[in-house]
Ligand binder design. Structure first.
Ligand code: NAP
Ligand code: ZN
Length: 352
């Protein structure tokens, strides 16, 4: 065991503050990583504030962070894929049973005993796992991703959650080239959804509550922008979409977006509001539309997404912050004031 500097929250109403945590020594199959950047996902905020208490109650202290990019500092004797100095990433998953049907299908995120990067039972040290708001992390090599060397590192970190969470449902929906694809909410996930949908040739339309994000939406790859608070703008597009990705983190009227779909269209929820969303059955019945959900992606698909980003030079648009600004960043996330992902420069932790 060794000590690592970190930022943790002691309770649902406590700010994140400097802390020191234990990390395990690398076992045979482990990779030890010095963390360079960690993205700030809205899930970090939901967890710190225990907003998902009904589904995944938070165990304190909590060290969030599941958008990790860093350099390998040490590997266990049985590790084959990585060596010291390699550039790697870690997303939302750090372990699974490797034998259940989901694991065999390369969908480790649905393994009944998967271990999430933070706030999951820690099989090695007891207590819960601690995430990437820290100097270093130790992870089984199967859950470590190879990161292309040609990309901006601060912008790579968010690919490990926001990237795969939007890439996976877009790929699963099939060939979207030339199709009308909507992205609801232009935050961390939403702006990656726009980039991927554009990269796969869709006609991308952003639904935003923030009129001030219009220019950025167009720059990021949208062909049209709808201010969702304006009923007239919404009405014009009713019944016209093939696929919509809903990334909204708070309560909102999904029926308004279902009504945007054409016959057989699909809306996939990736946003995870803490309260149930009322569903008007008629919105689905007319047009035989479907509503689905999607959770991050498997490890193989995450690697595929990173390789795709390396090839097409895709990263998140980030505002790099020192860890000392994290509480301010959370307040801004709540106000939808993010362009379009905060990425923590972990060198800032050294001064703590
Ligand atoms: P984020 O950066 O805060 O972006 C969310 C965006 O939703 C906001 O920027 C805002 O965009 C829009 N929005 C916020 N409140 C709204 C409201 N009341 N009505 C309509 N739109 C609203 O969050 P994120 O990190 O992208 O995460 C989004 C959600 O996905 C969170 O719930 C997170 O926990 C979840 N998530 C799920 C997965 C998964 O695997 N399914 C993975 C990661 C995250 P505009 O300003 O454009 O309106
Ligand atoms: Zn996330």
């Amino acid at each position: 065991m060794y000590k690592s500097k970190a930022y943790s929250a002691a309770g649902a109403t406590s700010p994140l503050a400097s802390d020191v945590i234990n990390r395990r020594e690398a076992t045979d199959r482990d990779v030890q990583i010095e963390i360079l950047y960690c993205g700030v996902c809205h899930s970090d905020l939901h967890t710190v504030r225990n907003e998902w208490s009904g589904v995944m109650p938070t165990v304190y202290p909590v060290v969030p962070g599941h958008e990790i990019v860093g350099r390998v500092t040490k590997v266990g004797t049985a590790v084959k894929k990585y060596k010291a100095g390699d550039l790697v990433g870690v997303g939302c998953l750090v372990d699974s049973d490797r034998s259940c049907p989901s694991c065999k299908d390369h969908q480790e995120q649905f393994c009944p005993s998967s271990t999430f990067t933070y706030n999951s039972p820690d099989k090695h040290l007891g207590g819960v796992t601690y995430g990437g708001y820290s100097e270093s992390i130790v992870v089984d090599e199967h859950f470590v991703l190879a990161v292309p060397e040609n990309l901006n590192l601060a912008g790579v970190a968010p690919l490990l959650c926001a990237g795969i969470t939007t890439y996976s449902p877009i790929r699963r929906w099939g060939d979207i080239a030339g199709k009308k694809v909507g992205v609801v909410g232009l935050g961390g996930l939403g702006h990656m959804g726009v980039k991927f949908a554009k990269a796969f040739g869709a006609h991308v339309v952003v639904f935003t509550t923030s009129a001030g994000k219009k220019e950025d939406a167009l720059r990021l790859g949208a062909s049209e922008v709808i201010i969702s608070r304006n009923p007239d703008e919404m009405k014009k597009h009713a019944g016209s979409f093939n696929f919509i990705l809903d990334t909204v983190a708070a309560e909102h009227d999904i029926n308004a977006y279902i009504n945007m779909l054409g016959r057989g269209g699909n809306i996939t929820l990736v946003g995870a509001p803490d309260k149930p969303l009322p569903l008007f059955a008629f919105s689905l019945l007319f047009g035989r539309r479907t509503l689905s959900g999607s959770l991050i992606g498997g490890i193989a698909e995450t690697q595929e997404m990173l390789d795709f980003c390396g090839k097409h030079n895709i990263t998140a648009d980030v505002e790099v912050i020192p860890i000392q600004k994290i509480n301010e960043a959370y307040e801004r996330l709540v106000r939808s004031d993010v362009k379009y992902r905060f990425s923590i420069d972990m060198a800032s932790l050294k001064s703590e």
